[in-house]
Design a protein around this ligand. Structure first.
Ligand SMILES: NC(=O)c1ccc[n+]([C@@H]2O[C@H](COP(=O)([O-])OP(=O)(O)OC[C@H]3O[C@@H](n4cnc5c(N)ncnc54)[C@H](OP(=O)(O)O)[C@@H]3O)[C@@H](O)[C@H]2O)c1
Ligand SMILES: [Zn+2]
Length: 404
């Protein structure tokens, strides 16, 4: 088993640079993995590149571009296994072989079954020395959504809520507009623009009639509504607006309302239902197959509970307003059966930010790390209101990579 011990300080420095570059591809490179490449000869960086956008040149091609024979005998540091098949662009393995590089140092392999080690073996067969595993944990953390989609066949799930300091997401009358400040809401819109899909329970759609758009911050995510009995009214915004497609997940195969809800941007997904609610594994597999890598669950309390109880939460984004409202009837952020304290889902890593007048607690339950270190960076760079007030990042991620 190869580990970081095989690599010297210089290797780690070059790979760290390649990881920084790779992170720049977020979010335009998705659903492809984020990849960076640094070409080195005689201890000097010849060039570098990263995968900037989906459909565009891969990192290796960007780095090799214009170098002609200078690349003979060079070492390529790549954050991800070079591709060996024709996709939207020719295989990077061929380009590296043609360029005459003598060594490839990779951070991690490609979990995609079309590649999985094939890129490395083709390079080795062409006489190129290949070493893998340099800063592997960091590289995998960078591409957690991609990895989750490929390996677990489900999207990476983030629960997002706006709550009071006493954990309420609505008051005793069901009113939730607005718990948090304008800044926090703008930040949520921005987050919507960089994820693939929003998931929400029918209770929230009925109570708030939201549109779930990114309010001009960028692309609008796919909307996924969990509605076991098909009680969604036909006149709600998620049905009437078409800035994004809507999938209604339901078990009501024979509902007389099927025709009423069907229109050109609304899809009905029929799944099974048991005491754990709608079959979420089936739903998640379908979404992953559709290319959804990141799913932001935006409430309400029951929907949060279904995801928590089925161990389907990777990260949380808790916008917390410095307000107290109390009330046994006022909904808490997660309802359902609940877990015993001994089974509590624990954040393995977390950060606290200031979001206007509110706090944002962002943490991960995923033992592999915090994918949204990239998101943190993204938000910090783009949102003046956000400032880091306390940090507890996973220890292995180099600071230069996290906040560069
Ligand atoms: N502040 C915030 O961040 C925020 C965000 C969203 C909503 N809210 C507030 O929260 C309230 C709504 O919360 P809620 O808990 O009543 O509604 P909800 O979670 O939005 O929707 C609950 C409904 O969805 C169904 N459902 C969701 N996931 C399911 C699954 N996996 N399997 C089966 N059924 C599923 C439930 O079915 P069953 O009844 O069969 O379980 C129930 O009918 C509103 O007052 C809204 O304003 C606040
Ligand atoms: Zn490639």
């Amino acid at each position: 088993m190869e580990t970081d011990q095989l690599f010297d300080q210089n290797d780690c420095r070059m790979m760290s640079r390649a990881l920084q570059l790779a992170a720049k591809g977020f979010p335009r490179a998705t659903p492809n993995p984020l990849v960076g490449c640094v070409l080195v000869r005689g201890g000097k960086i010849l060039s570098h590149g990263f995968h900037r956008r989906f459909g565009g040149p891969h990192a290796e091609i960007e780095a090799l571009r214009g170098l002609r024979s200078y690349t003979r005998g060079a070492t390529a540091y790549v954050t991800f296994e070079p591709c060996s098949y024709w996709g939207k662009t020719p295989p990077c393995v061929d380009a590296l072989i043609k360029a005459g590089v003598s060594k490839v140092i990779a951070a991690t392999g490609d979990p995609n079954s079309r590649v999985r080690g094939r890129g490395f073996s083709l390079l080795r067969r062409a006489g190129i020395e290949v070493m893998t595993g340099c800063l592997q944990k960091e590289a995998r953390s960078l591409n957690l959504p991609f990895e989750t989609q490929m390996s677990l066949k489900r999207p990476y799930v983030i629960l997002k809520a706006a709550m009071t300091l006493d954990g309420k997401i609505a008051d005793k009358n069901g009113q939730s507009k607005w718990i948090t400040s304008d800044s926090a809401r703008a930040m949520s819109w921005k987050i919507r623009s960089i994820i693939d899909a929003i998931g929400v329970g029918v209770g929230t759609v009925v109570a708030d009639n939201p549109e779930f758009s990114s309010h001009g911050f960028g692309r609008n995510p796919l909307r996924v509504i969990f509605d076991p009995l098909l009680r969604l009214p036909g006149r709600v915004r998620v049905i009437q607006t078409d800035h994004a497609a809507t999938i209604i997940v339901t078990a009501a195969r024979h509902s007389p309302r099927l025709n009423e809800l069907f229109n050109k941007h609304v899809e009905l997904l029929f799944v099974g239902k048991n005491e754990g609610g709608l079959n979420l594994s089936e739903t998640m597999r379908y979404l992953a197959l559709k290319g959804v890598q990141t799913l932001l669950i935006e409430g309400g309390a029951r929907t949060h509970a279904y995801f928590l109880e089925q161990n389907l939460v990777d990260e949380v984004l808790w916008f917390t307003a410095p307000k107290l409202i109390g009330g046994a009837q006022a909904k808490s952020v997660i309802s359902g059966r609940g877990l015993n304290l001994t089974q509590a889902a624990r954040l393995t890593s977390w950060n606290v930010y200031r979001a206007g007048a509110d706090l944002l607690i962002h943490g991960t339950l995923n033992p592999q790390g915090l994918f949204w270190t990239i998101l943190n960076k993204h938000l910090q760079g783009n949102h003046q209101a956000l400032s880091l007030s306390q940090s507890h990042p996973s220890p292995r991620i180099p600071q230069s990579f996290v906040y560069a």
